[in-house]
Design a protein around this ligand. Structure first.
Ligand code: ADP
Ligand code: MG
Length: 586
């Protein structure tokens, strides 16, 4: 039975398997490697995952969610139609879809996975990811940092001599930067820095905000559908700008037209604050390396790496234009696939060794003396220590006859405990004694997945394992079983219809975004398509599918052109002519 590798992304997720001596991406039902990390609840209570769900962000914003990876590790509840979800439950549905596609593709059951997470994911976020996998019926063999997976893939592909590279992974919602030393078969991650709330989505956001400012609109006052449409157009325009000098964004509502011409200089200007944050993260990674040295190679991965204006910015920063990895949005998944191969002990990967480091410092809150009111940090593990890392330290009582020693566990870099993320607390009983007589030894272990384990043993012999406050992520067996039951009862939308469903959703969202004659033509197309879905045989369904697909592409093209050029709209007769004889021209 295979172990699959999963890149569970903010925007897109991919699955990969190692077989026949190579990492092989697994296509979904649409034949694509990327599955949109979007979830939509249908009227019948079943759940749609992927491209069709992403389309429903526009047509059914109230029952659709995307980008939920940024909420992992939080208590945020998302209500979609009649159902409510925690972030890890939404992720579990995406994982279930990937798992289902993988099983179909491989023709065998799959139970184990290696999953990538942003290097800068904290303990809560990592635990939430593991929980999501369990809810999807998967056992996690390893969590691997996304840039480390990219480094693994990149190095495996190019091999070659000793080198030091910087991997910049800029995706939809997260930025990770890592510095990697490669020699022979060893890939050593030596520094990691990142921002869990910075990505291509932020660029879309600044574009949309600018659009609203320029057109005197209030973003919050727009309907959810109009908002989703604007974000979609902002993303399309942003991507188009890597090839074209300018792109148009427009909104029609209540007979009023608003528009914005997005040019490269404008995009550069809008992105400036975002790029400054990218710069900070890169600087931190460079500073964190104790052995300062030259970087041979800067490799850009992630969808946003393809942004020309980002390349411009980095060229100015580095004095040389960084290389965009081949297949920048697939490299992490391929690396995770390699890692799955290593886990499976594939013969040809036997010599490959990769070491990783922890992205955050970890410690407990301590007081200097009895009068100290603000606890500060005693770090047990410093960031950038090699994984797995383990350290023990002893702490003493501050008062006479103190009955217990209580440890608050934090992750972060701040001097004061309150500046950092509290992971939990742990208490051990101590025997009576004068101040400083009794003690407890605390042990921190950062495992290979980047997850922390804490234990404490007091001088009186009391022993405790990790007692975590954030108990939501550390469910009891019973709670886990209940959550599993709830999620596994949700039905994923029927197989075999994903492709048609996607096209229909695309038509529906284009319908919502358009007006007038174009809208009528789309309505006509939708009716035609639906009728055929219900009655047509396989061959006619396929013909109609292709026809609708072609027409929609044209409509989309019209829709994205300059909306102010009225005469651009094709003749309505031509648009409405969806008779089947027109499709034979292909
Ligand atoms: P994640 O790993 O977070 O799921 P990806 O690596 O798939 O994300 O990247 C998704 C992001 O990349 C989105 O914000 C998308 O708009 C952006 N993106 C995709 N293709 C391009 C492109 N050609 N140019 C610029 N940005 C792109
Ligand atoms: Mg990614």
């Amino acid at each position: 039975m295979s172990i699959i590798g999963i890149d569970l992304g903010t925007t897109n997720s991919l699955a990969c398997v190692y077989r026949n001596s190579r990492a092989e991406l697994i296509p979904n039902e649409l034949g694509e490697y990327k599955t949109s990390s979007a979830v939509s609840v249908l009227e019948d209570g079943s759940v749609l995952v992927g491209a069709a769900a992403k389309e429903r962000l526009i047509s059914h914003p109230e029952s659709t969610a995307a980008g939920f990876k940024v909420w992992m590790g939080t208590d945020r509840i998302t209500t979609l139609g009649a159902l409510s979800f925690k972030p890890e439950e939404l992720s579990a549905l995406v994982l279930r879809q990937l798992l289902q596609d993988a099983q179909r593709y491989l023709g065998e059951p799959v139970e184990e996975a290696v999953i990538s997470v942003p290097a800068y994911f904290n303990d809560d976020q990592r635990c939430a990811t593991k929980l999501a996998a369990q809810l999807a019926g998967l056992t996690v063999k390893r969590l691997i940092n996304e840039p480390s997976a990219a480094a693994l893939c990149h190095r495996h592909a190019i091999s070659g001599g000793d080198c030091r590279m910087m991997i910049v992974d800029f995706g939809g919602g997260t930025l990770d930067v890592s510095i990697v030393d490669c020699f022979e078969n060893i890939i050593e991650i030596t520094a990691i820095a990142g921002d869990n709330h910075l990505g291509g989505d932020d660029i879309d956001q600044v574009i949309v905000e600018h659009f609203c400012r320029e057109n005197g609109l209030s973003l919050t006052a727009l309907s959810p559908g109009a908002r989703a449409s604007l974000f979609r157009q902002a993303e399309t325009a942003k991507i188009a700008l890597s090839g074209a000098p300018a792109a148009m964004i427009s909104l029609q509502q209540g007979g009023q037209q608003s528009g914005l011409l997005l040019t490269r200089p404008l995009l550069t200007q809008l992105c400036e604050p975002i790029f400054q944050r990218v710069r900070q993260v890169i600087s931190q990674a460079v500073r964190d390396r104790d052995r300062v040295g030259r970087i041979d190679d800067v490799v850009l991965v992630g969808g946003s790496a393809q942004l020309t204006v980002l390349g411009d910015f980095l060229e100015e920063l580095f004095g040389r234009r960084p290389a965009v990895a081949a297949g920048p949005d697939e490299i992490v998944a391929l690396g995770v696939g390699l890692c799955a191969g290593i886990k499976e002990r594939a013969e040809d990967l036997r010599d490959l060794v990769m070491t990783d480091v922890c992205p955050f410092s970890l410690g407990v809150a301590t007081y200097n003396d009895l009068h100290d009111k603000t606890p500060h940090m005693a770090f047990l593990i410093q960031r950038s220590s090699m994984l797995p890392a383990s350290r023990q330290e002893t702490f003493y009582t501050l008062q006479s006859n103190q009955q217990a020693l209580r440890f608050e566990i934090y992750q972060g870099e701040g001097y004061f405990a309150s500046e950092n993320l509290k992971l939990g607390e742990l208490e051990v009983q101590v025997p009576p004694g004068t101040a400083g007589e009794q003690s407890a030894a605390v042990t921190f272990t950062y495992d290979i997945d980047g997850i922390l384990h804490v234990s404490a043993r007091s001088s009186g012999g009391d022993y405790r394992d990790r007692l975590i406050l954030n108990s939501r992520l550390h469910l009891t067996e019973e709670e886990r079983a209940q959550a599993l039951e709830r999620i596994s009862q949700i039905r994923l939308a029927a197989q075999g219809t994903q492709r048609e469903r996607y096209l229909l959703e695309k038509a529906l969202s284009l319908y919502q975004q358009s007006t007038g004659r174009l809208r009528e033509a789309i309505a006509h197309l939708i009716r035609h398509f639906q009728a055929n879905l219900e009655q047509g045989d396989r061959i006619s369904r396929e013909r109609v599918y292709r026809h609708v697909q072609k027409q929609l592409e044209q409509f989309q093209h019209y829709f994205q052109s300059d909306p102010f050029a009225e005469d651009f709209w094709a003749d309505p007769e031509e648009l409405e002519d969806t008779d089947e004889d027109t499709e034979d021209e292909e």
